[in-house]
Design a protein around this ligand. Sequence first.
Ligand code: ATP
Length: 287
Amino acid sequence: MSDAANPPVDDVANEGNDDALGAFASGVETTEQFPLQVEGLRKSFGGITAVDGASFEVEAGTLTGLIGPNGAGKSTTFNLITGMLKPDSGTVTFNGEDITGLEPHEIANRGMVRTFQIARELSDMTVLENMMLAPKQQRGEKLWRSVAPVVRDDVREQEEELLERVWEVLDFFDIDHIAHEYAGNLSGGQRKLLEMARALLTDPDMLLLDEPFAGVNPTLEKKLLTHIHELREQGYTFLLVEHDMDLIMNNCEHVIVLHQGKVLTEGTPDDIRSNEDVIEAYLGGNV
Ligand SMILES: Nc1ncnc2c1ncn2[C@@H]1O[C@H](COP(=O)(O)OP(=O)(O)OP(=O)(O)O)[C@@H](O)[C@H]1O
């Protein structure tokens, strides 16, 4: 755990509240403040150690960037967090629960989702059909945040409710006008919006975005960023892997730098920009 992500106990003690100090020390406070905690994560593929004891936390309600030179271990870290890969050692804690080694759908059920590229078979389905599939694949029992949860036995009513929610999310992402278009016909940017919309439909607490802007034109990139910031303001937490450094620096409030499978440093964009170790790691990494 880094100093930057884990405020000193003195900060809490300064509030003059012994209970708060006790809660912080026991981890209760930390869990709420930092829903994702990664501790000593390690993963090797044969002789290559892709992730080598990475430890970090992600603060609730932030847009946190995970950066690093090519091969630093970013994708592997994402895969370990979301259950796509099992770590050799280390732990992943989400909302206070040890989720290390759980299956991806079990992790999604707990409120952490990762955006996925639309699979080839889903390209033959319309945007609307893709959306209707999303919650069944992942987290159907929780509702889109702005709609009050209603428990009903009637399947048809549930379908209608889902459809209503789907339209709300499509409208939020401004892709309702392409609802009947085949996913395979969408532009790169529209597909990214659909991927985000599908993830959001499961009503997660936290979204992990792996290069959400790759292949997205500047207009749609701006739109996607606006949506991400709106959602962050609503309290969603984001962890973002992105190669576009300007985009990370201009949009994330906290940046974690991975290098050779370890956290090299973390801090605000200004801290990172002026950090000589980071500059050296990137130059050495030929980026
Ligand atoms: N399945 C695998 N089998 C063997 N080696 C792997 C595998 N996945 C990743 N690696 C290796 O682990 C290291 C970290 O890879 P990873 O893809 O996590 O890095 P990254 O930071 O996401 O890189 P990039 O920015 O280039 O996408 C690299 O050396 C990579 O070649």
